[in-house]
Design a protein around this ligand. Structure first.
Ligand code: ARG
Length: 465
């Protein structure tokens, strides 16, 4: 049987129970491509500085390439007795090439795992951002397909003011754009190479950290290598894990809010949208039911993403410097956040791709003249009435309409006049919806000129990666 790499000072191996308890290879094996990239860069540096020979480096590289090919083909034999991905790969290399015994020179699993995870996170941030961009694309396409549709905007889930559907959808794009920005910032902070920090205090051997960093792409915009600046912090630090989990958790909050709007909009009470059959399910009992399951799961997954963040924050709190084995527990929640956020982004895109708008229902909902009560107050303001007074007057008009049981725009002019003398016979033109939208011209507003600008802006932003 295998002797653990650290077995020198031990008289017996770990108990079966301890092996099962402490192994991480069942989940950290997904780090293999990054671990191998790290080992290749490290051995290239060892050869560059003369610590190993070029022939030894080449043998190590060939061996690692062969192992990666085996892993990718699903033929590699992972062994839980070897604890983790790092030991599994090193042992496999040892069986192939004698030079493998020199690979771990001037390196510890502590700076190794920190390096693997930074490489992993850079990749994860880029991949997730791309998926979120694809969801944004699907939302933008939905906005484009229904560019002329108006709906009520809501506060307190009460009809507030009319907006173009596109304006509502653009609000979602803004949320998702911030998620992408957060991922880019996390990737930028991940871009510093830990290798050379060793277990905690570096190494006595003459290594070249900048060389390794360059090999692994830990470089700034001008190609200058970036290496971490404190060996103790480097092996203890798990900030990036919580930052990534936070980016995912906040993305989860966003998709949950989007999902909640879609769930409401697809109910018989609203009926603004028809969700695609492919992302809904039926009821096993009630034949008429079509349930918005993809949206409900998007809402549910956000709880899980928040839980992962909480796990990571709690895991790191109270640990003495530097590395402690507790930190192995950082990977399952991190990987889960990555995987769940990724599939949520895909499902979000899918849900929008087959979305149909119910134009009649939207038109009926937005036709309520009360949605323009604020415009009516603005009408008085334009005629010199202080806003507070105007607001009060329109409130009184709303009360009259309710008493007479007529829509706001059907209150007789003499009633209007007696509420406030500044009302003129032209007061009803306020209720021309097109005109009302035209007047909302400023940046960030839902007027048609702005909507047009925003379409162009989003086309550009979504294409940028
Ligand atoms: N499997 C370990 C982890 O994920 C790798 C680092 C182990 N280092 C150590 N000193 N035991 O945290």
């Amino acid at each position: 049987s295998q002797q653990a790499t650290w077995g020198g000072r031990f008289t017996s191996g770990p108990a079966e129970l301890m092996l099962a308890f402490s192994e991480s290879v069942s989940f950290d094996r997904r780090l293999a491509p990054f671990d191998i990239a790290g080992s290749k860069a490290h051995s290239a540096m060892l050869a560059h500085t003369g610590i190993i020979t070029a022939a030894e480096r080449d043998a190590i590289h060939a061996g690692l390439d062969a192992i990666l090919a085996e892993i990718e083909a699903g033929k590699f034999k992972w062994d839980v007795k070897l604890e983790d991905v790092h030991m599994n790969i090193e042992q496999a290399l040892t069986r192939r090439v004698p030079a493998a015994a020199k690979l771990h020179t001037a390196r510890s699993r502590n700076d190794q795992v920190a390096t693997d995870m930074r490489l992993y996170l850079k990749h994860a941030c880029a991949q997730l951002s791309e998926k979120i961009a694809a969801a944004q694309r699907a939302i933008l396409d939905a906005a484009d397909a229904h560019a002329d549709v108006l709906i009520p905007g809501y506060t307190h889930l009460q009809r507030a003011q009319p907006v173009y559907l596109a304006h509502h959808l653009f609000a979602w794009l803004e949320m998702l754009q911030r998620d992408r920005a957060r991922l880019a910032e996390t990737a930028a902070r991940a871009n510093w190479c830990p290798l050379g920090s060793g277990a905690i205090a570096g190494t006595t051997l003459p290594i070249d950290r900048e060389f390794t960093a360059r090999q692994l792409g830990f470089v700034d915009a001008r190609g200058r290598p970036q290496v971490t600046q404190n060996s103790m912090d480097t092996v203890a630090d798990r900030d990036l894990f919580t930052e990534f989990a936070h980016a995912c958790a906040l993305f989860g909050v966003h998709i949950s809010r989007i999902a909640e709007d879609l769930i409401l909009w697809s109910s018989a009470e609203f009926k603004f949208v028809e969700l695609p059959d492919a992302f809904c399910t039926g009821s096993s009992l009630m034949p008429q039911k079509k349930n918005p399951d993809s949206c409900e799961l998007l809402r549910g997954k956000s709880a899980r993403l928040q839980g992962n963040l909480h796990t990571l924050l709690t895991l790191a709190k109270g640990l003495p410097l530097t590395y402690n084995r507790d930190l192995q527990e950082d990977k399952p929640p991190l990987f889960d956040s990555h995987d769940q956020a990724a599939i949520c982004a895909d499902v979000l895109a899918g849900t929008f791709t087959g979305l149909k708008m119910n134009r009649d229902k939207c038109a009926a909902a937005v036709a309520d003249p009360a949605l323009l009560a604020t415009d009516l107050a603005d009408y008085l303001v334009e005629r010199g009435v202080p806003f507070r007074e105007a607001h009060h007057a329109v409130g009184a008009v709303v009360r009259v309409a309710e008493t007479l049981r007529v829509p706001l725009d059907k209150v007789p002019y003499d009633e209007i006049q007696s509420v406030h003398p500044a009302f003129e016979p032209d007061w009803t033109q306020v209720f021309d919806l097109k005109r009302a939208m035209q007047k909302r011209r400023g940046t960030g507003m839902p007027g048609p000129q702005q909507i047009k600008k925003q379409f162009a802006r989003w086309e550009k932003l979504i294409a940028e990666t």
